[in-house]
Each structure stands twice: as structure tokens, then as C-alpha cells.
Design a protein around this ligand. Sequence first.
Ligand code: GLN
Length: 566
Amino acid sequence: MEAIGSNRIGPSGTEAKTKYIFITGGVVSSLGKGISAASLGLLLKKRGLSVNIMKLDPYLNVDPGTMNPFQHGEVYVLDDGSETDLDLGHYERFLNQSMTKNNNVTAGQIYHTIITHERHGDYLGATVQVIPHVTEEIKNSIKRLETINGKVDVIICEIGGTVGDIESLPFLEAIRQMALESGEHDTMFIHLTMVPYIDTAGEVKTKPTQHSVKALREIGIQPHMLLCRTAKNLEEPIRKKIGLFCSMSSRHVIEAIDASTIYEVPLNLEQQGFSDLVMERLQIDAPPADTADWEEFVSRIKNPSNRIKIAICGKYVHLKDAYKSIIEAFIHAGAENSARVDLVWVSSEDIKHGGAAKFLGDVDGLLIPGGFGERGVEGKIESIRYVRENKMPFLGICLGMQCAVIEYARDVCGLEDAHSYEFYRDLKHPVIHLMADQEKITDLGGTMRLGAYPAVVDPDSTTYRAYGATEISERHRHRYEFNNAYREMLTEAGLKLVGMSPDGKLVEIIEVPDHPWFVGVQFHPELKSRPTQAHPLFREFVAAAVRYKKHKTDPAPAPSSPKTVG
Ligand code: GLN
């Protein structure tokens, strides 16, 4: 990860102590605790402080890798290969800082460690209990950030779940203990709640917030500040009322109003003196937050000069959280192209043979995201054929690239039954298959090719023109690979293999010739896109879609070839 370290000097000229901010949530889930934590991280960094941030997840899975995207949303993969919660994506994007496995700890991991120690006899005959053993292990996992990832000025720690959940109790108890064991101004509790607007009463209601803070107090935590998620502005009398019931001044009752883009959240909070109040509580002396570049980024999102449509054809299109990072990557790429990208969600199962035009006739580009399982694969292949033949920009990610290889093998090489070994075992033409050393693996958790791997890019390619570099590193999460037995046949038929692993064994990137923009990648570029640094492939894919649309509406000039970047 990028070098981080303490930027502050303590009172006696020694390195200052790390301060801790704990963020809890109440009333309901999905209020945006991750975005709030990430916004605070951004603001503190913009004040010149060094920051690290983590999420404690109270569920018993060791990691979300085996969880259904329907329940959990996207699995966010880090450089080190750990499969984490999608909030880690917000952390990386807002803080512009890469995370490691230490930034996401689950109850499953905590219990796994404890039970392993118990089986080794490490507790010397003691009865192993939630207090102190589980709470100690939780505290260690928080403090470990300091020792492993480097000392920083502030560590922000988000507690997953909602106050009142049985499973989050040990976590809340652990942070209560941490505050008790630290100096008065070394820790801070921020609680995110909801202040609903009741239409029939014509007013906002503070009771859920009062109850949620009451639940926190019952376990010994008095929050120092409230972030109140609301659809309406919170007037001073309401803030006063909330403050009175929750034992804090109305200044500490911050309005977290619904925003048109999540990237506006830190700016909205900061307008109310959010980070000043944090500095006050933690007794840190730091200059005001310089958010100029962020403001410029938000203004680009809100004032686009172009508008394009990109179709996303996948299996979980009804659950947008499953494609969180892709959605964000399009926002970053749109901002850099002054374009608003409207995403058109197409369920791949709806596309039947010959029927892609109905769904794609009106869009300016197609993205096929990663995925697992055979459902909807034929629709994806069909849609790829359509965009290849109609010269519409295409970006295939992971399974999307694999489908593009299958489509090319079938339609251009005439291998009619080409398919992936993931779906059928007795295939005549498994153009996507399992690497020999993976065949033995039967366990499902963490058995994929995961995390950052380097690739070498052909300088004569659309991909190179995007990156402006021949050596790249990207994050992976897959089991199956391009089958090298078909390399010759497919390349002779025109398919370009423009990105390879450094040893030349694995195909990482494919392109189709005589096409304005057709790129398939075995990795997940969306995981490395950052707000003010859009991912090169997303940036150039959006640029190609803008060109495609211009050509469609004004076909006189030929579509210009992609510009050279880098
Ligand atoms: N299911 C495919 C594989 O395991 C692709 C995975 C993905 O798209 N993330 O290789």
C-alpha cells in the first residue's frame, strides 16, 4: 500500500499518539455508514493527517468470498488477494489509499483465531469467554492496523451492523473498553442514525434516533457526535431537541442529507464544520481541509456536456450493489470525459438467439461484468456477437472476456460447441479451461486466482493506448483461464492476445481486430478506479462510446480512431 505514517508531532517532540474514531450505526441498515466513514477519512487526509480505516463485520463468515451477491453485494478484492466487504471499495476510492486484509476483520476471523488458539492449548486451561477473550482479540485486530500497516495519526473504525444486533455486542463492548483504556481525547464515537420525514405528520421525527442512542448508552457508549441521515434539512430546533435527548450540543448533531452523488457527502458534512468538531474532540491541531480537487470532481459529475448509454448485461442486474465498483468506475470515467453515463441494465437471460438488437440497438457501448455460473451465458455471448458485428464499443471483464473468447471461437473460427469448462465437463472445445494445478482444489473459500498480478501489454493495442504503459498490475478473482491449446487457431482467425502474464503462460487481455474499441480483460479494472484518477480502460471505453454516439447521430465523418494517451 502507499506509504502512510504519522504526520504529527506529540507534545514532547516525540511521535504523536494514534487517535481512534469509532463509527456505529443505528435504526436501520444501509444508511451509508461506509460512505460516512470514508468521507471522514477523506476530510482528515485533506487536512494533512495520515489516516487508516477499517471495517469490523459482525457476521460469522470468515470473509464475504463465499457469500451470495444477492445478500452481500460485491466482493471487493484487494491487491493482497483478500476478499472483503464493498465498503473497502469506498475506503480506497475516498482515501485514494490501497487497503490490505487487516482493514476488514469479521467475527468469523476473530472466532477462528480464538478456536485455533484454544485447540493449541494456548489459554492454559482457562475458560474461553466473550469477555475478555473475544473482546481482547477484537481490540488486537484494531490495534494491529497501527503495527502492521504503519503508524498513522488517526484510525477510523467502522462497526458493521446496527446497534441492538446481538452479534455486534462483543464489538461494541471492545470499543467501549478501548475508550476506557485510552486518554479522554484519544478516542471518539460517532453514531449514524436516521431522522425520517413522516408525510402525514408533515415533520421529521427524532424518536428513532433517541432510541438508538439509548441502546448505545445501555452498553456504556455515549456518542460524541451524531450524523443524522435525512431527506429534509434539519432546522436548529430539531438539532437542539436531538442534542438534548442525546446529551450533546446541537453543533454535534450533523445533518447527513440525501445527496445526488455519494461524492458530495464529504462536502455536505464539511459545510457544517464536521472535521473541525473532530479536531476539537481529539485535540489535533491541523489546517482546514483543502477540498478543491474534490469540489472540481463533483462539479464535473453534476455538469456533464455529453450523455451516453452503456448497457451492462449480467446476472444480478436487479441488485446494483453486486456491481458497485463498476458503477463507480463509470462515474469517474464519465467525469473525465465530461459525460454522464446512463447505465442500462439488461438481464442476460432475456437475450435470446438473434434478439440482442432489441436491448442494444439504442445504447452506445456494452459492458459484460464478471460472474459465476452458466445462467444467462448464452445471452451474454449473443450480445457480444451483436456489438462485435455492429462495431459498438465493448469492455468484457473476467467472465465477460471469457464469453468474448467463446463467441469468437464459435462465430469466427466455426467451433460451434466452444464453451467454458466451468459450465460443461465433456466439451469438444473448452476454449476456457482450468489450469492443471487447479484441478485438485475442492474447497470453495479462497481457492481462486486472487489479487494483484502483473501483465505485459502489447504496445500496438487499444489497451496500450489507454494505459500508456506496457507493464501493468491488476486485481483478479477467477478460476478459469484462456485455454492455450486454442491460441494458434484463434489468433490465426484474427483475435489479438495483447496482454499476457510476464511468463507468457496466461492470457490476460484480448482484442478484436477491425473494431473501434473491443477489449476483454481477465482481471477487474473497476477495483482500481479512483475518483480523480479514472481507470484508463473505463476512461477510454467511455471516450469510445462518446465517439460512437457522435458518429451515430452525425454519420458523415468516419469515426475517429482512438487517440493516443500516455
Ligand atoms: N467464473 C469465471 C471464473 O471463475 C469468471 C470469474 C469472474 O468473472 N470473476 O474464471
